[in-house]
Ligand binder design. Structure first.
Ligand SMILES: Nc1ncnc2c1ncn2[C@@H]1O[C@H](COP(=O)(O)OP(=O)(O)O)[C@@H](O)[C@H]1O
Ligand SMILES: [Mg+2]
Length: 195
């Protein structure tokens, strides 16, 4: 399974989601497709043995064609490398809060997916995961309505709350190891593997 984590807005939680999914998806390759080095900087804090590459051009992503399981962390902007990663993805995961600015970003990203779908003659869909919302929140009607109206997006039934556990674990270069937040990422990984 090649899981591409993308959202063309910075700070949406892509690198965090990559870091927290790695332990559950067990990829043999991690691709840091962000020039600002999101996931690779975080992993430098750990002693991970997983191979990490930083593609200099879309051509470098050809390695994905012969890789069974990879996690790809994209940058928070549109780029040729991100677009190529999206084309090579088995699953596209898009973390997003339901703030207005995050919702605008989803609309823009939907347009990119619409363009790539025409180019590749297949419908490409990003699976949206609500991230970094207040832990007590349960209703996300506005987000649901927005995503329902975007033809290249699907809302997954997993909500990752804002949690101090997430940066705490990130300082050790790893995802949250136990408790409810880890359980959410475990559920998300199972959903990804079933997609
Ligand atoms: N669910 C969350 N709870 C708490 N902090 C989070 C959560 N998701 C992301 N963050 C924090 O938000 C910031 C931006 O996240 P990051 O994963 O770097 O975004 P991106 O890779 O999309 O730019 C980081 O400081 C990260 O620790
Ligand atoms: Mg990042």
């Amino acid at each position: 399974m090649k899981t591409v984590i993308a959202n063309e807005k910075g700070g949406a939680g892509k690198s965090t989601m990559a870091l927290n999914l790695i332990g559950h998806l067990s990829p043999s390759l991690i691709v840091d497709a962000d020039i600002h080095m999101g996931i690779s900087k975080l992993l430098q804090l750990s002693d991970t043995q997983i191979k990490i590459i930083r593609p200099a051009s879309p051509l470098d992503l050809s390695i994905l064609k012969t890789t069974e399981c990879a996690v790809i962390d994209c940058g928070g902007f549109d780029s040729d490398i991100t677009r190529r990663a999206l084309e090579l993805a088995d699953v596209i995961i898009t973390p997003s809060s339901d703030d207005p600015q995050d919702q605008f970003a989803l609309v823009a990203f939907n347009e990119v997916l619409a363009f790539l779908s025409v180019k590749n003659k297949r419908r490409m869909v990003a699976h949206v995961v609500i991230n970094r919302v207040h832990p007590s929140r349960q209703k996300f009607d506005v987000m649901k309505e927005l995503v329902d109206g975007l033809s290249h997006m699907n809302l997954l039934p997993v909500v990752i709350p804002a949690s101090a556990q997430i940066p705490k674990a990130a300082f050790l270069g790893r995802g949250v190891q136990s408790g409810s937040v880890a359980a959410k990422f475990s559920t998300l990984a199972k959903i990804i593997n079933a997609l």
